[in-house]
Design a protein around this ligand. Structure first.
Ligand code: NAG
Ligand code: NAG
Length: 383
């Protein structure tokens, strides 16, 4: 797996921070794994030499972006174990991508920055049109990412699928594909999907696994028919019901270009247009809809008018029910109020009767005063 080894490692001094730069060459459609550990990140400058047991965590992101590119994943089981950047680039990812990795020493709180320059190119060698994916239940994703177990898987798989050189195409944790975190029981693993490609066709053994017979047995909960020796056991426990084979050797028929028609349906003997609707008379409906509410409204209006006008007992009855004293009182107040209003409206009004000195209460006769009493001092002596 030559693609896993860093090609160059040159240090670029950025002020005080030493940012290490590594160039890697992932290939489109092939698994890419980069291990982040003490050696690869050269975590600290020599004078702060960290013991290789120091717990370290990493944070990786695409330069200028907060997260990794879509095809790349990061995983690390614990700070005492290495972290992995892994994934399979797609055709649209071709080109140069710069990943910035920050390593945090959890003991000394030192951080180091590292840059991975990914030059993603097309893979060399023959096309791998025959692709098979296996669900390995006995491993976590970190356990198959290092090159040793990965190549051991390929070697073991070679026993089922020969002849031909097998290559790893994609590795995904089963958790990323809807799997569930296993119970914390010894020996239970999350599971990992491993996709393998080859230039040589599938063996009969593999083909039998996806036959309808085997699928039916799987649906009943029985193990499928495995016609050959399971060379992967006992290292890798593969769920033989979850094997999927993809044959890309036959090019998919290109989508037919739809030909636009003239927009008119051809004559179809089975097409039965709806019969013509019979004319309907809506007059009664309309009358009922309009007249009934109108009549009800009219009735209500009449009832209200009767209550308001015809059952009114009037001023006369009210006056009778009021005591005389109250009536006189009321009339006096009203008369005085009226008078005051008139006075306010015009200063020319005659003086109020009550202020005239000579005022016969009984006859209402009055004589103009010879002297305006308001001008006469109350105590004449003072004059
Ligand atoms: C690799 O597998 C993951 C998960 O199944 C999938 O999302 C991704 O598209 C695959 N990559 C390629 C290049 O097929
Ligand atoms: C195996 O595949 C079947 C359908 O193909 C699916 O229902 C089942 O959940 C899969 N098992 C696991 C463990 O992923």
């Amino acid at each position: 797996m030559a693609l896993l080894t860093p090609m160059t490692g040159l240090s670029v001094a950025l002020g005080l921070i030493e940012a290490q730069q590594t160039t890697l060459h992932p290939q489109v459609g092939r698994i890419f794994v980069h291990t982040l550990d003490h050696q690869s990140s050269a975590l600290l400058p020599e004078h702060v030499a960290a013991p290789p047991t120091a717990p370290v965590t990493y944070h990786a992101h695409l330069q200028g972006h907060p997260d990794l590119p879509r095809w790349l994943r990061y995983t690390q089981r614990s700070p005492h174990q290495p972290g992995f950047l892994y994934g399979t680039a797609r055709t649209e990812d071709r080109g140069r991508q710069v990943i910035e990795v920050v390593a945090y020493n959890r003991d000394s709180f030192d951080t180091t920055q590292q840059r991975l320059v990914l030059l993603i190119g097309d893979p060399e060698g023959p096309l791998l049109p025959y692709q098979a994916e296996f669900l390995v239940c006995s491993h976590d994703v970190e356990e198959v990412l290092p090159s040793a177990p990965a190549s051991r898987f390929l070697t073991a798989l070679g026993g089922l699928w020969e002849p031909g050189e097998l290559q790893l195409l994609n590795i995904t944790s089963a958790l990323d594909r809807g799997g569930r975190v296993p119970l914390p029981i010894e020996g239970r693993k999350e599971g990992v999907y491993i996709k393998v490609g080859s230039a040589s066709p599938f063996s009969t053994c593999l083909k039998m696994l996806v036959s309808s017979d085997s699928q039916a047995r799987c649906a009943r909960g029985q193990p499928p028919l495995l016609s050959c020796y399971d060379s992967l056991a006992p290292h890798f426990y593969v769920d033989w019901c979850n094997v999927s084979l993809v044959d890309k050797s036959v090019p998919e028929p290109a989508d037919e270009v739809p030909i636009p028609g003239d927009g008119i349906l051809e004559h179809d003997p089975f097409f039965c247009p709806p019969t013509e609707a019979t004319p309907r008379d809506f007059l009664t409906d309309a009358l009922v809809t309009l007249l009934v509410p109108l009549l009800v409204a009219l009735l209500l209006a009449l009832l209200l008018a009767y209550i308001m006008c015809c059952r009114r007992e009037g001023q006369w009855k009210r006056d009778l029910a009021t005591s005389d004293i109250q009536m006189v009182h009321h009339c006096t107040i009203r008369g005085n109020t009226e008078e005051l209003r008139q006075m306010a409206a015009s200063r020319e009004v005659p003086r109020p009767l009550s202020t005239l000195p000579m005022f016969n209460v009984r006859t209402g006769e009055r004589m103009p005063p010879s002297v305006d009493i308001a001008q006469v001092p109350l105590i004449l002596d003072q004059h």
